[in-house]
Design a protein around this ligand. Structure first.
Ligand code: ZN
Length: 413
């Protein structure tokens, strides 16, 4: 790039004001936002973004799973799009930055290109993916996973909300079903800015995190079957208490996690019949295993399976184990990472290589196109909470970084 391109900067104040305007939709006490996927507030937030994108002369389209795309045409009609995106939905009583910072960074990049009358070779598309959070509906990264062909449209539409309706029904109720077929355009590269949701950048005093890898996730479902019986008449030696066995499995999984420094969590447990006066006959639990190395996930699972067999025998219950979820370890594209690193160096920003502990839309898109996930610091690592905060300069520095990377990748006419 020539020197004039490297001088261009985003308008930090405008970006900040847009973030604060969006956060007012579904605002909750303590500076948070509540725009859970496919609620009225989510639709209203999307409508505001859509209006802003149209005002910035983008062509806005929506696909069948509700993903929103705002396109700024490129000079070369044959070039695939350089995409900047993230999500607009939030956790219940979530923050103002998790998601919107990435989408509105895309918007600010387009606005900045407009300010300077700059044409790019490749089109620049801003993407807002549907239901990233998976809070109200069970499948996180729904929109980006369907786009990337990792999840069937039908399966995505069939998932049901905690409060009852299906995903498909809510899309239709809110008029969020678009005419675009899934995956209707080619992606040259994808850039996502996101708050770190951790304290590594803050502690290191670094401006930018360049994510090298997303850790792998494996969830295994365990069903323990004993026998339901009367709590008042079943003598202790005669019991086949599935919940006691489950408690031992939780303890063993936790012990293995500590022993191996692999993240192992039991966050979900169902007890049947779940009645005070009945010895529990059946328990299902889900064990979530995460590690940046796939082989270590395999080893941890093996250790857990051995432990479950021992516990089941000792507790006089039957155990079955099945895979419930698998997200392989993801290595981000080196050329995209280099573009971001080069942008940091151009801008004089300090950066750190990081591993992402959480799932992000970039991880879906990275399966089908070169992608980069870029973190900015957030205060005390707090996220999924109204107190979530990154400063105007932190968001602005992230936006400038992506702007340079996008110019690099899209090419200036
Ligand atoms: Zn997010």
């Amino acid at each position: 790039m020539d020197d004039t391109m490297t001088q261009i900067r985003a308008n930090r104040e405008r970006l900040w004001l847009s973030l604060m305007d969006l956060a007012r939709i579904g605002a909750v006490q303590g500076d948070g936002s509540n725009r859970v996927a496919l609620t009225d507030e989510d639709a209203e937030g999307q409508a505001l973004f859509r209006r802003w994108a149209e005002e910035a002369a983008c062509e806005v389209t929506r696909d069948r799973i509700g993903n929103l795309f705002a396109r700024r045409a490129g000079a070369d009609v044959d070039r695939a799009a350089v995409v900047v995106g993230s999500h607009l939905d939030t956790q219940p009583y979530g923050g103002r930055f998790d998601g919107p910072a990435g989408v509105l960074t895309g918007l600010e990049i387009v606005r900045t290109l407009n300010d300077h009358g700059l044409a790019t070779e490749a089109p620049v598309v801003i993407a807002a993916w549907t239901n990233e959070e998976g809070a109200r509906f069970p499948l996180p990264l729904t929109g980006s996973s369907v786009f990337a062909g990792l999840l069937d449209l039908e399966a995505a539409e069939a998932q049901t909300a905690l409060d009852g309706p299906t995903f498909g029904a809510e899309l239709r109720r809110l008029d969020l079903v678009g005419p675009e077929p899934i995956g209707s355009f080619a992606i040259d590269s994808y850039f996502e800015l996101h708050i770190e949701q951790d304290t590594k950048l803050e502690r290191a005093g670094a401006d930018i995190g360049i994510v090298e890898r997303g850790q792998g996730v494996r969830a295994i479902g365990v069903t323990l079957i004993g026998a339901s019986s009367h709590a008042g008449t079943t003598a202790m030696p005669d019991r086949r208490d599935a919940l006691v066995a489950a408690a031992r499995v939780v303890e063993e999984a936790n012990r293995i996690g500590h022993e191996r420094s692999t993240l192992i969590t039991v966050g979900r447990l169902e007890v049947r019949p779940n009645s005070r006066a009945t010895v529990p006959g059946e328990v299902t639990l889900v064990i979530d295993i995460r590690d940046p190395e796939g082989a270590r996930i395999d080893e941890a699972e093996q250790a857990i399976r051995v432990g479950i067999d021992v516990i089941a025998a000792a507790s006089n219950v039957e155990a079955t184990v099945a895979h419930a979820l698998e997200i392989p370890v993801l290595e981000f594209d080196t050329a995209c990472r280099d573009a971001v690193q080069h942008a940091c160096e151009t801008l004089g920003l300090s950066w750190l290589p990081l591993i992402s502990g959480a799932g992000h839309d970039a991880m879906s898109i990275a399966r089908i196109a070169p992608a980069s996930l870029v973190f900015i610091p957030c205060r005390n690592g707090v996220s999924h909470h109204p107190a979530e905060y990154s400063s105007p300069d932190q968001v602005g520095a992230g936006c400038d970084t992506l702007l340079q990377a996008v110019l690099d990748r899209a090419g200036v006419v």
